[in-house]
Design a protein around this ligand. Structure first.
Ligand code: AVW
Length: 255
């Protein structure tokens, strides 16, 4: 059996094998509370549905729908009142969610956690997975990585319930960018029968004059279903850092 395994390993060798190893190990790490047999099954299902979306396809012809099966095949938890969206604030947002466990971003869910920072693609006529020579984000719109993030972001937004939060970058002239994933995909997938409101946290540095009156935020407000309760608050980055260093006993007491 071990000889057979060795032959298989050589046969399947190359970059695809590394991708599989990373995906499977991140997946099992994420599911550490699941019992091992169940965990292996979930991660194998995830890998099969993931590769099914792009293997054998041209690397610029992977539509968002290619990941439908992946999105439907993994367990998804409800995070009522705890969903956190972000745009141009990735670093501080993930420091915050990892440090306080108060809110949940896409990258704190199984699919986002497993794929964060990875690059992958397939090739027409090949059964392999590749991690180099893949298109960059803007190289072609339907590349496998961009379509993945588009599809899982749509699902993440559609599943938000209760009062959700978004952290936007107050140091920018237009903190709400309608062309970002948040602006172009997530906002459009909010389900106002599940979601009750959106709280904007405008992350500011001492040196800038971030304000909730910013015209791009008015555009955000206009893009929302009027049934959603909108609020906005300027919060200094230093206050968020303080919260991470010394998490409050009650979540929601950070700002
Ligand atoms: P972002 P989003 N070239 O900070 O609202 C290369 O703009 O879009 O936030 N990589 C890119 C490009 C680009 N032109 N644009 C985006 N990216 C990648 C899912 C890059 O990895 C979560 F749920 C960058 O760090 C958030 O609520 C990342 O996309 C929302 O979507 C975020 O770009 C954040 O997406």
């Amino acid at each position: 059996l071990s000889i057979l395994a060795a032959i298989l390993a050589i046969g399947l060798g190359g970059p695809g094998n590394d991708l599989r190893r990373v995906v499977m190990s991140r997946c099992t790490t994420f599911l550490e509370r699941e019992d091992p047999p169940n965990r292996r099954k979930i991660c194998q299902t995830l890998w099969d549905a993931f590769t099914g979306a792009f293997v054998g396809r041209d690397q610029c012809e992977v539509p968002l729908e290619a990941y439908d099966q992946l999105v439907h095949s993994v367990p998804q938890k409800d995070h009522c009142h705890r969903t956190l969206f972000w745009s141009k604030t990735k670093h501080v947002v993930h420091q915050f969610t990892q440090g306080t466990k108060c809110l949940v971003t896409l990258e704190d869910t199984l699919l986002g956690f497993v794929m964060d920072g990875l690059t992958w693609c397939g090739r027409n006529g090949s059964r392999k997975t590749f991690t180099t020579g893949c298109p960059r984000w803007t190289q072609c719109p339907l590349n496998p990585v961009r379509s993945f993030w588009g599809r899982v972001s749509a699902a993440f937004a559609a599943s938000a319930c209760g009062n959700a939060t978004v952290m936007l970058n107050g140091s920018l002239a237009t903190p709400f960018d309608p062309n970002s994933t948040f602006g172009s995909i997530e906002v459009k997938n909010f389900n106002s029968s599940r979601m009750t409101g959106l709280a904007v946290v405008l992350v500011a540095s001492e040196s800038d004059s971030a304000t909730c009156e910013n015209s791009s935020l008015q555009n955000l407000q206009k893009a929302l279903d009027p049934a959603l309760k909108y609020s906005c608050k300027v919060v200094q980055q230093s206050q968020i850092q303080g919260c991470i260093a010394d998490p409050p006993l009650a979540c929601g007491k950070c700002w």
